[in-house]
Design a protein around this ligand. Structure first.
Ligand code: NZQ
Ligand code: ZN
Length: 385
């Protein structure tokens, strides 16, 4: 196992009966601003539930944060925060709202110039307004991590940043709120959590058996519980299992002591930036391609994954690796997530565009062992048309 540092200060309030405790966790006297998206929290009762817990508190509102939240919208929220003199952010919704809240929290008090530099130049935030989250969509893990991904419409970019300053102080995980999710969003959540796990697991062996088994536990749970949640998102128990799997997939625990790859995400973000394809769908397209093109380099873990997660116990290592990749793609498809660029109306011209954009940013060797070169990206995407 590699050396590592693990720090995660997020207090988790898991489940509907724990929600009321949130009122005690927001310090008295704070001027709260509630951030939300396109209105799902108003339709499914989460907005009313939150407000009912905050009688007599100062609560401003900013709605309209879009999926794949934009820098432009975030900066409007910053203006609102300044106008309202808000000093506590409550974000209610999916990953987009919570990611936006993290960037807004940092941008509102950034003292070194243009807050876009936090994303484009990797400038560390100088401070952040305290924030907390109420999660209505299990997928990203943002409720328990320090990451956020923001898009800029004017430059067609989608970039990430991470800072310990933007860990939520607490997150309410509300499996009952997710009962109103459309089926494709539930499927997206399962795929996103699955691929967060593979990014930290399907790399090269470093003799970290406990980490491997944590990852395998998450993957197996997603395979078992995913179809139940798709069939009935109001199944509170199965939805709870999906929630906790998605949180565990990206709260830092799985990455302890093991290499992280993240090339599937890096390529996927380009597809979202160019074609507005849902985040998880981009991952479902790219992962089978990365595993196929880098099969030799990832074979050790692919064979282990095939055996422990999918029960593949016969055949040569090569056959087992192929079968593991096939079963993975079939799983995504069984959830209704398409896995080919053509199925999203994207053609071969996009391959050049993605390669060019990555090269321009000097991302010419990424992934766990820096094996993902422009040639590899090209091969991966050409194989996914
Ligand atoms: O905007 P509203 O009206 O709230 O509707 C949302 C949105 O349209 C809706 N929704 C959310 N909860 C609902 C609901 N509809 C009905 N009932 C509910 N309970 O679902 C739609 C999608 O929401 P969104 O927040 O965009 O989805 P998700 O949670 O998948 O987040 C995706 C974003 O997170 C980023 C992605 O890149 C993408 O921008 N990621 C963030 C990560 C992180 N911070 O660690 C890691 C991930 O890899 C990912 O990149
Ligand atoms: Zn993701």
């Amino acid at each position: 196992m590699k050396d590592f540092e693990f720090y995660n200060p997020v207090r988790v309030l898991f489940g509907k009966d724990k929600m009321p405790k949130m009122a005690d966790l927001i310090p008295a006297g704070k001027r709260i601003i509630l951030l939300y998206g396109g209105g799902s929290i108003k339709r499914n009762g989460v907005y009313d539930r939150v407000m009912a817990l905050l009688p007599g508190r100062v609560v401003a509102e900013f709605g309209g944060i879009e999926p794949n939240p934009s820098y432009e919208t975030c900066m409007k929220a910053v203006e609102k925060i300044r106008a309202e003199k808000a000093d506590y952010i409550l974000a209610a919704g999916g990953g987009s709202v919570i990611d936006a809240a993290k960037f807004i929290a940092a941008a509102a008090v950034y003292t070194k110039g243009d807050p876009w530099d936090i994303l484009s130049k990797g400038e560390p935030p100088t401070a952040a307004i305290p924030l907390a989250a109420i999660l209505t969509l299990p997928a990203t893990g943002t409720e328990m991590n320090k990451n956020a991904v923001i898009s800029r419409k004017s430059t067609v970019e989608k970039l990430a940043f991470a800072s310990p300053l933007v860990f939520p102080q607490f997150s309410v995980l509300l499996p009952d709120a997710a009962a109103t999710l459309p089926e494709h969003q539930v499927a997206n959540g399962i795929v996103d959590a699955f691929i967060h796990t593979t990014e930290q697991y399907l790399n090269y062996p470093v003799n970290a058996p406990i980490q491997d088994r944590f990852a395998e536990a998450v993957l197996k749970t997603l395979i078992e519980e995913g179809p139940k949640v798709i069939a009935n998102p109001a199944d509170y128990e199965s939805m709870s299992n999906l929630y906790w799997s998605a949180t565990m997939a990206l709260n830092g625990l799985l990455s302890c002591g093991v290499p992280g790859d993240w090339s599937v995400h890096d390529i996927g973000h380009e597809l979202t930036a160019l074609h507005n394809i849902d985040h998880a769908c981009t991952l479902a397209i790219v992962l089978p391609g990365i595993l196929t093109v880098l099969k030799e380099e990832k074979k050790g873990k692919l064979v282990q994954y095939g055996e422990r997660v999918w029960g593949i116990s016969t055949g040569t290592d090569n056959e087992r690796a192929d079968q593991a990749i096939e079963l993975t793609e079939n799983f995504f498809r069984s959830l209704g997530v398409k896995t080919r660029l053509g199925e999203y109306g994207v053609g071969a011209d996009t391959v050049d565009k993605v390669v060019e954009r990555l090269v321009k940013r000097n991302w010419i060797a990424f992934g766990d062992r820096r094996l993902v070169t422009p040639e590899v990206v090209r091969k991966v995407l050409e194989g996914r048309l």
